[in-house]
Write a protein that binds this ligand. Structure first.
Ligand SMILES: [Ca+2]
Ligand SMILES: [Ca+2]
Ligand SMILES: [Ca+2]
Length: 239
């Protein structure tokens, strides 16, 4: 009897924890130099990725609009605010990996371009896999993404264009756990993103890319020094 009540209390505590997680909504503030944050296992990092020229990165998705804008990469018919130039399919094998704290991640770079309103929100980010690279019509694969920024709550990422202003400067590094990229390396990677809901988009395009030769972010030891360490090291208690 006593044991049963303990189990029930444990189950209730677990249920409460789960409900808190479901209701959890986070704002990852990347508006200071070198700031970072984590959502649903992915790491987001404010970082000046230069150079961003051809031969260094492959830009695979450009989105441009005013206010709210969204789109995804495909070799098929482009939709929404996706720009035809540069947008194309990519495969898992294209994405460089980086080991951080014993966990392997796949790296994406985001280059934002704003003018009158430097603060821009990344409100939705979904990554999905498929066997072919030319899906159109906002395929149902996005209903079963391997990564969803909004899984468990309406999360968003706050970014500041002015930190890395000017052409050729990437702004955000997104590291998605390699473990979610299940299946063959030849599988196609679809990235859907929406900007401007919490802070409006203006001016130039937003562009997703990956490093052609290696990850764009520095070696893990350097990353720790720059700030990722805060995610892995226990905080000191104040006395
Ligand atoms: Ca930029
Ligand atoms: Ca959101
Ligand atoms: Ca823009």
């Amino acid at each position: 009897m006593r044991r049963r009540s303990i189990l029930t209390a444990g189950a209730m505590a677990l249920a409460m924890t789960m409900s808190v997680q479901v209701a959890h909504a986070a704002v990852i503030d990347l508006t200071t130099d070198g700031s970072s944050g984590s959502v649903n296992g992915a790491l987001f990092y404010q970082f000046d990725s230069i150079p961003t020229g051809s031969g260094v990165i492959d830009s695979f998705l450009r989105i441009q609009g005013m206010g709210v804008q969204h789109g995804y990469n495909t070799d098929g018919t482009i939709e929404y605010d996706t720009m035809a130039s540069f947008t194309h399919s990519i495969q898992i094998s294209d994405l460089p990996t980086i080991d951080i704290g014993g966990t392997l991640y796949r790296e994406f770079m985001l280059d934002i371009n704003q003018n009158g309103e430097p603060i821009l929100s990344l409100d939705e980010l979904r990554i999905a896999l498929w066997d072919t690279g030319n899906l159109s019509g906002y395929s149902s694969i996005f209903a079963s993404p391997i990564y969803d920024l909004d899984a468990g709550g309406d999360n968003w990422i706050k970014m500041d264009y002015s930190l890395n202003a000017g052409s050729g400067h990437g702004d955000i590094i997104a590291l998605i756990p390699d473990a979610v990229f299940t299946g063959l390396e030849s599988q196609y990677v679809y990235l859907y993103s929406k900007f401007g809901v919490n802070s409006v988009a203006d001016d130039g395009f937003e562009e997703w890319a990956y490093g052609l030769q290696s990850p764009l972010i520095p070696e893990p030891t350097t990353i720790t020094l720059l700030g990722f360490g805060a995610l892995f090291l226990p905080r000191r208690k104040r006395r």
